[in-house]
Write a protein that binds this ligand. Structure first.
Ligand code: ATP
Ligand code: MG
Length: 213
């Protein structure tokens, strides 16, 4: 929506934040994070697996420490990617606003960019304390197949002009991959190779994740 700004020497360094359930992490997440890093000149992208997500409490959600471990396996070969246990160590439901307050304090010299897919971008006004969130950070909405953000972006332009410059749309190579589909493929005995990093696929196999109904 806005033109990408290049980081001038006097500008603050930028930290990307990639939140998610990551049950399991897949190439859709990794491509969105890496393209956002490149386009917005983010010094680092911090992956933050959610503890107990308020919007999506599945009975069969994989334990937080195991989802964390899968993210660790997936990002270890990218020196610009990092992992935070902030949400999985916090008790109770994970609200993004609380995480962002902590990050704001921990990284005062950084501009914060929250990376989401367009499906999550469409929901941001329903997040707890959305207005406060938009004062703290900028959003990068990475194109996700099946979730067209153009009406949303128009609405922001017309009705929320004050935050227009804080929401950036990012075209990325489209990957119609979702964790839901990966879980259902495993359950049905279908292949998942090439949808996610191989060490994560092997970890899923070794631990027998997603096989039960
Ligand atoms: P689930 O199907 O369980 O909801 P998911 O694939 O949507 O899993 P999440 O952990 O819910 O993955 O997503 C974390 C973040 O990554 C969200 O902002 C989501 O929009 C984004 N994301 C997930 N998959 C893609 C994809 N294929 N392309 C772009 N962004 C994606
Ligand atoms: Mg999702």
């Amino acid at each position: 929506m806005t033109n990408l700004k290049r980081v001038a020497p006097q500008q603050k360094p930028r930290l990307g934040i990639m939140g998610g359930t990551f049950d399991p992490i897949h190439y859709g997440h990794l491509v969105a994070a890496e393209m956002a890093r490149g386009e917005f000149e983010l010094s680092k992208v911090l992956f933050i697996p959610s503890g107990t997500p308020p919007h999506k409490i599945r009975k069969d959600l994989t334990a937080a420490n195991l989802r964390y471990e899968m993210v660790e396996l997936a990002i270890k070969d990218n020196p610009a990617f990092d992992l935070s246990a902030l949400e999985i160590e916090r008790k109770g439901l994970s609200y993004t606003v609380e995480t962002l307050r902590v990050l704001r304090r921990t990284w005062p010299e950084y501009e914060l960019y929250f990376i989401t897919g367009t499906d999550a971008l469409l929901e941001i006004f329903s997040w707890r304390d959305a207005e406060e969130i938009l004062t703290m950070i900028q959003f990068i909405g990475a194109a996700r197949p099946g979730f067209d953000a153009s009406d949303f972006l128009l609405k922001v332009q017309e009705e929320h002009a004050e935050i227009q410059g804080k929401i950036h749309y990012l075209e990325v190579p489209a990957l119609a991959i979702s964790s839901t589909d990966i879980r259902s493929r495993v359950r049905c005995g279908k292949p998942i190779r090439y949808l996610l990093p191989e060490p994560v696929r092997l970890f899923i196999q070794q631990n027998g994740f997603y096989t039960a109904e």
